[in-house]
Ligand binder design. Structure first.
Ligand code: ADP
Length: 802
């Protein structure tokens, strides 16, 4: 049914129209004015309008113009009905106002009815067309929607992630196959149970809270949570996101969500973080027990619900540390370790790992396995109480040695160990092993440093010779005693560095480490001369450590003491015997002595007494020189007259087969700066020796000559001579070339020593050279007195340079 709007200010006209149009069986709307008509048009859909032209207020034309002006009503056909405005201009106005017809009264009711009927029909047709078009559009839209839905689903199914959608209230209405597979659930089951069943209990509270917040606010939802995988009942970390889709009015029509598996990435991050923290803890102690206890602690709860560290001690595994996530169960774990020590031959668990050095991983421990492995009911009870779900055991390696094992057990957490967990556990054990190794190395280095400090400070020489005979260590005292610097010794063979070592080494007593060794004193030929060393050795795996002490000085003193006693007693005994013999003879009263013999015997007594006095004087002088107590009185001395007087004195007891000549230089000799008495003694010694050591006679020549700022005395003989190797040593105290007097020539060995010391004290020099062919020449150089001395200045003989 369509509406026909009748507009006329006169009710009777409306009534007339009603009568004409009723047979059309359409709805009739009545308006009494233009305004009235406009209002009705706002509320109703109208097929045709019959409009009176002359009306108070808005007339027909004005009303038509307003109707045509409105978008919604401009298409409605208008038929003007009038009795008065029949003029042409009115008709024209009517048509230009948009009228489809202009009807004059009186009109034929049938004609008007048919006209209206035509417009009604037209309206209905148009309506029908419009509806059809709308229907078509709707169908197309539905098709489009279906297609886009399909495309979206297709996209969702092709995703590697779990994709889902939910109603605005959060009810699941789509889950992709991937998700269904993961949870091994049907879509219906998923929709019914929702997420709560598959989310890790620890993550559930947080997840629900966030999801509710997103639903309430319409904000993006994002969360990290663990979702249980049906295949192995393990929980894997996922990143869940959901975005709301809104319509044009901003109302949420759907939530689009996705769950992305971030398990591996998350575990890798966690593992990395864990290992970094572990590294810091492990490095914190030098005691390996502390380190290992720390490992057990760190593992719980991040890797295991409980963990245990067993170490190898005396061939057996001993539990060093146990940790449990539940303090109440810690006691049970300890009890288990105490009561049931590991069977070293067990085919699984710590003993196996210890034997093989390889890890063990049991992802799922079946109840039957536990029962099988249990030793007795109590054992099984303990194990059940503790809960064994998944297990891994890794070796603790340090320097390729298995120190022990670390066991990790998953119980109430429900986690299952996989290769990733094993890799993490192995890495943890590896780091613990390294930490222990480092601590050991540190201790060793520290010990070595201490040993090195001790070695550097001990007074004994210490050196190490390895099995190949190469010196590996040479301490500071060894350097000082031998004069061989470390750089020249270490790394070279001992034989090369210490001549005759292989021969000597055989004599060194070697103790097995670490006992003390007796020592052996032996001479070692070194660049600075022979050194007497007291050496002992200790053998150990890598070679032998030798310790030695320098006894050269002690030995020299001892020798000297023996020499002194022997020489002095002999030297004293000879004159004493002569004196004693002469005195005895003189004292005899049964014998009348010739006066000449009498005189001679008295002469012997005098001479030998003088000789005794000389020996005693020499001894006294030597001891004064040693003690630095000898006074030196330096003055200008005339070398020539002094030498002449010494030569003259010597001539008095010259053997017959010997000649003594003084060859003074022609040139003038400068005075020398010396202590005259002492210089006289030096020259006297040299001339006496020249005579004494020329047992077969010959010439003794004394020469005097100026030298560089000094005067040189030379005493040359044709006597026994001095081997070149002994030329320095004859100046040593008590040193004699022939200590046993095989040639019958006596002496104390003090003369040259005293001479050298006296010469040194006036800054002179003394030395010996061979006399070409035979004998020796002793030289003494005394500095010339360069400036007049201001009187006789006594001075203490001190450490004057030689
Ligand atoms: P002494 O003559 O009392 O033994 P010296 O100190 O004077 O002591 O001399 C030391 C040693 O030097 C002598 O024992 C001797 O062997 C050697 N000697 C000294 N002078 C000569 C010399 N002119 N010719 C050979 N040997 C000498």
């Amino acid at each position: 049914m369509a509406n026909i709007l009748l507009v006329d200010d006169r009710p009777e006209n409306l009534l007339a129209l009603e009568g004409i149009l009723l047979p059309l069986e359409q709805d009739l709307l009545y308006a009494h004015s233009g305004e009235d008509a406009l209002r009705l048009l706002l509320l109703n859909d109208v097929a045709v309008i019959l409009l009176d032209v002359q009306m108070p207020g808005l007339d027909g034309f004005e009303t038509a113009a307003l109707i045509k002006h409105r978008e919604r009503t401009r298409h409605i056909p208008i038929i003007f009905v009038t009795a008065i405005s029949k003029g042409e201009e009115h008709v024209f106005r009517g048509y230009s106002a948009g009228a489809v017809d202009y009807v004059f009264k009186p009109f034929n009711p049938d004609v008007l009815r048919s006209k209206v009927a035509v417009f009604i029909e037209l309206h209905e047709k148009t309506e029908q067309l419009r509806r059809q078009a709308e229907l078509l559009k709707e169908q197309e839209l539905a098709e489009l929607r279906r297609e886009s839905e399909e495309r979206y689903r297709f996209l969702a199914e092709a995703q590697p992630d779990q994709i889902w959608t939910a109603t605005p209230k959060g009810q699941l209405d789509y889950v992709n196959q991937r998700a269904l597979d993961y949870f091994d659930a049907s879509f219906a089951a998923m929709v019914e149970q929702g997420w709560t069943e598959v989310i890790h209990p620890e993550d559930l509270g947080r997840t629900l809270e966030r999801w509710q917040h997103a639903l309430d606010t319409g904000h993006l939802y994002e969360n990290e949570l663990r979702l249980r995988r049906a295949a192995d009942a393990s929980y894997r970390w996922h990143l869940t996101r959901a975005v709301p889709m809104q319509d044009r009015r901003g109302e949420i029509v759907k939530w689009f969500g996705s769950n992305t598996d971030i398990h591996d990435q998350k575990r890798a991050e966690e593992a990395q973080r864990f290992l970094v923290e572990a590294g810091a803890t492990l490095g914190g102690s030098l005691d390996y027990r502390t380190t290992l206890a720390a490992v057990a602690k760190m593992a719980v709860p991040r890797i295991a619900d409980w963990s245990r560290v067993d170490i190898l001690e005396h061939g057996k595994l001993r539990t060093l540390a146990v940790e449990h996530v539940d303090p109440a169960k810690l006691e049970l774990a300890l009890e288990l370790a105490r009561r049931y020590p590991e069977d070293p031959d067990a085919a699984q668990g710590p003993p196996l790992v210890l034997r093989t050095g390889s890890s063990e991983l049991v992802t799922e421990i079946a109840e039957e396995t536990l029962a099988e492995l249990a030793v007795d009911d109590l054992h099984l009870g303990l194990v059940r109480e503790l809960g064994f779900q998944s297990y891994m055991c890794v070796p603790l390696l340090a320097r390729d040695r298995v120190l022990g094992v670390i066991s990790f057990v998953a119980a109430e957490s429900g986690r299952r160990y996989g290769p990733d967990d094993l890799a993490l556990a192995e890495e943890l054990a590896r780091r613990a092993g390294t930490a222990i190794e480092n601590a050991q190395l540190y201790r060793e280095v520290e010990e070595r440093a201490q040993a090195a400090r001790v070695l550097a400070t001990v007074a004994d020489g210490v050196f190490l010779v390895d099995r190949e005979g190469v010196v590996r260590l040479w301490n500071e005292a060894a350097e000082a005693i031998t004069g061989l610097p470390r750089e020249g010794v270490v790394g070279r063979s001992a034989e090369e560095v210490l001549p005759g070592w292989s021969h000597l080494a055989a004599r060194v007593p070697i103790a097995g480490a670490p006992g003390p060794a007796a020592s052996e004193t032996m001479p070692l030929e070194l660049a600075g001369g022979e050194r007497w060393l007291s050496i002992s050795g200790v053998g150990f795996d890598e070679g032998t450590v030798y310790a030695f002490r320098d006894l050269t000085e002690e030995r020299g003193l001892e020798e000297m003491r023996q020499d002194l006693v022997a020489t002095v007693s002999h030297e004293l005994r000879t004159p004493l015997a002569a004196i004693y013999g002469s005195a005895l003879t003189l004292a005899r009263d049964d014998l009348e002595l010739e006066p000449a013999l009498n005189t001679k015997l008295l002469g012997v007594i005098v001479d030998e007494s003088e000789r005794l006095a000389d020996i005693v004087n020499d001894l006294l002088l030597a001891s004064q020189l040693d003690a630095g107590k000898l006074e030196v009185r330096i003055e200008h001395c005339d070398a020539r007259s002094l030498t002449e007087s010494v030569v003259e004195a010597a001539r008095t007891h010259l053997p017959e087969d010997l000649t003594l000549e003084l060859e003074a230089a022609e040139a003038d000799l400068p005075p020398v700066a010396a202590d005259e008495g002492q210089l006289r003694q030096v020259l006297g010694n040299l001339i006496d020796n020249a005579i004494k050591y020329s047992p077969d006679g010959g010439d003794v020549r004394i020469r005097l000559e100026p030298a560089d700022q000094c005067v040189r005395f030379a005493v040359a003989d044709r006597g026994l001579g001095i081997p070149s190797g002994e030329q320095a040593r004859i100046f040593e105290k008590f040193y004699r070339l022939d200590p046993h007097m095989t040639r019958g020539i006596g002496g104390t060995g003090l003369g040259l020593y005293i001479s050298r010391e006296l010469v040194r004290r006036v800054n002179g020099r003394i030395w010996v050279e061979p006399n070409d062919g035979q004998g020796s020449v002793f030289y003494v150089e005394i500095p010339a007195a360069s400036e007049p001395l201001g009187g006789n200045r006594p001075r203490k003989a001190a450490s004057a340079p030689a």
